[in-house]
Design a protein around this ligand. Structure first.
Ligand code: RNT
Ligand code: ZN
Length: 418
C-alpha cells in the first residue's frame, strides 16, 4: 500500500475515534513510548552459547526444527536486528545468562559483566535497554530439577552464587545503558510425583532467595522479579516456586512479581491478576505467552486475553507494568515468530489506548452496563488496522504484512545458509 493511501486511511480512522471522543494522535504518541522486551531465546530455541550447552530443561520444551536457528551471538544479534527493523516503537532485549559471549568455558557461578559486554555494546548502538535472567536449567547441577531448593547445601550455594553473579551483570547493564535492567528469577524446581515435605523445599527456597537478594542494588540500575509456575513437564505434582510462594515473597521483600500467562490453570487468566497484585507490589513484570492446553509457549496471538492484558496495562499504568514476551516456537521462521508476537502485543496496547476510558469508567460506575457493552462491542469493528499501519509508517517500518517480504529475503540470503 502506498504512503498516500496509508495516510488517507488514517485520516478516515481518526474521524471514527474522534466521534467517540478519542484522540488517535495522542494514542500513537503514547504507544511510541511503551517498551516491549523481546526474549532472545525465541531465536535459538533456548539453546544458549555455553560451549557445552545444555539447552532447555526443567519442564520447558521447544519443539520443531525449522531451519536457520542462530548458533552464535553474532547470528542471534543479526536476527534480532532484522526483527527490530520490522517492529515499530520502543524495544528492549531480554537475555538469559546462557547467552554469554565468550570462547572460554566458564561455569555459571563465575560469569561476569565482561561476558555480556558485546550485548551491552549492541544495545547501546540500538538504543535498547537490556533485561536479564539467571539460567537455572540446562546444567548438570540442575539435573534433579532442584536448584535453589535442593536439599544439598553445596548445590544450593552454587545456584545462589549464580544468582548473585547475574544481579551484578544486570546492574552493569543498567548502569551502562542508563535504564534499569529487570532481572527475572525463574527456577524449574519441583517434584514429579507424590511430594511429602513441600514446606521444607519452600523454606529452603526462601532462604536461598534471601541470600541471593541480600545485597541491596540501586533500582536505578536493576530490579529483581520472581516468576511463579504451576507445573512443568517432569515436575507435574509440586512446583516449589508456586504463585502463593512468590506473591508472598515479592510482597514481603518489596520486589517485583512476574506473571507469565502460561503458568496458571488453563482457564485462569493473568489479566485479572494485574490490578490486585499492583495494590501490594509496586511494579510487575509480564511474560506474555500463549498456552495451548498447557504451558506450550506458542506465539502470542491478538486474542481476547491479550487484549484484556493490554487494557490492564494501560488502565493500571505503563510505568508499573514491564512488558516481556516469553514463547519459543521452533516449527516456524523464528523472525516471523518475534515480529508477529511483538506486533500483536503492540496492537493490543493500541486498541486499549483507543478506548474512551473515562466514558467507559463512568458508565460502569453508574451501572449503565448495557451501553458500556454496546460501545465495547462496536469498538471491535473500528479501523484499528489503519491506525497501526500509520504507526508503522511513522516509525519507518513496513505496514501490514510488508514485513514478510523482508523476512523472505533474509531467509534466502542468511538463514538458509546456516
Ligand atoms: C519457564 C518460564 C521462564 C522461561 C524463560 C526461558 O516456564 O516461563 O520464564 O520460559 O526464562
Ligand atoms: Zn516465563
Amino acid at each position: 500500500m502506498s504512503s498516500k493511501s496509508i495516510e488517507s486511511n488514517y485520516k478516515f480512522a481518526r474521524e471514527y475515534y474522534a466521534a467517540i471522543g478519542v484522540d488517535s494522535d495522542a494514542a500513537l504518541k503514547k504507544l511510541a513510548t511503551i517498551p516491549i522486551s523481546l526474549h532472545c531465546w525465541q531465536g535459538d530455541d533456548v539453546g544458549g552459547f555455553e560451549p557445552d550447552a545444555g539447552g532447555a530443561s526443567g519442564g520447558i520444551l521447544s519443539t520443531g526444527n525449522y531451519p536457520g536457528r542462530a548458533r552464535t551471538p553474532d547470528e542471534l544479534r543479526s536476527d534480532i536486528d532484522k526483527a527490530f527493523s520490522l517492529i515499530p516503537g520502543m524495544k528492549r532485549l531480554n537475555l538469559h545468562a546462557i547467552y554469554l559471549d565468550t570462547d572460554k568455558a566458564v561455569d555459571r557461578n563465575r560469569i561476569t559483566p565482561e561476558h555480556f559486554q558485546s550485548w551491552i555494546d549492541w544495545a547501546k548502538q540500538n538504543k535498547a535497554g537490556l533485561d536479564f535472567n539467571p539460567t537455572f536449567f540446562g546444567h548438570p547441577k540442575a539435573a534433579s530439577n532442584l536448584t535453589l531448593s535442593h536439599p544439598d547445601a553445596g548445590i544450593r550455594k552454587f545456584w545462589i552464587e549464580h544468582g548473585i553473579a547475574c544481579r551484578k551483570i544486570a546492574e552493569e547493564m543498567g548502569r551502562q545503558l542508563k535504564t534499569p535492567s529487570i532481572m527475572n528469577t525463574w527456577i524449574p524446581d519441583g517434584f514429579k510425583d507424590v511430594t511429602i515435605d513441600r514446606q521444607a523445599a519452600r523454606r529452603r527456597l526462601e532462604r536461598s532467595l534471601d541470600a541471593m537478594f541480600q545485597e541491596k542494588i540501586s533500582p536505578k540500575y536493576m530490579k529483581d522479579a520472581v516468576e511463579s509456575k504451576l507445573f512443568g513437564i517432569g515436575v507435574e505434582t509440586c512446583t516449589v516456586g508456586s504463585n502463593e510462594f512468590y506473591l508472598g515473597y515479592a510482597v514481603k521483600n518489596g520486589i517485583l512479581l512476574t506473571l507469565d500467562s502460561g503458568h496458571f490453570h488453563p482457564t485462569e487468566i493473568i489479566s485479572d491478576k494485574i490490578s490486585s497484585v499492583l495494590l501490594f507490589v509496586k511494579e510487575i513484570l509480564l511474560h506474555v505467552s500463549r498456552p495451548v492446553r498447557w504451558d506450550s509457549d506458542h506465539v502470542v496471538f491478538f486474542d481476547d486475553e491479550l487484549q484484556a492484558i493490554a487494557r490492564e496495562i494501560i488502565y493500571n499504568g505503563v510505568d508499573k507494568v514491564h512488558i516481556g514476551l516469553d514463547y519459543f516456537d521452533a516449527t516456524i521462521n523464528r523472525i516471523i515468530a518475534w515480529v508477529v508476537g511483538t506486533r500483536n502485543m503492540q496492537k493490543a496496547l493500541l486498541k486499549a489506548l483507543l478506548e474512551p476510558a473515562d466514558q467507559l469508567k463512568k458508565m460502569e460506575k453508574e451501572f449503565d452496563n448495557g451501553r458500556k457493552m454496546a460501545l465495547i462491542e462496536e469498538l471491535k469493528l473500528f479501523p484499528l488496522g489503519a491506525v497501526y499501519d500509520y504507526f508503522c509508517e511513522q516509525q519507518g517500518v513496513p505496514p501490514g504484512i510488508g514485513f514478510l517480504s523482508e523476512i523472505d529475503k533474509y531467509e534466502k540470503q542468511v538463514l538458509s545458509l546456516r
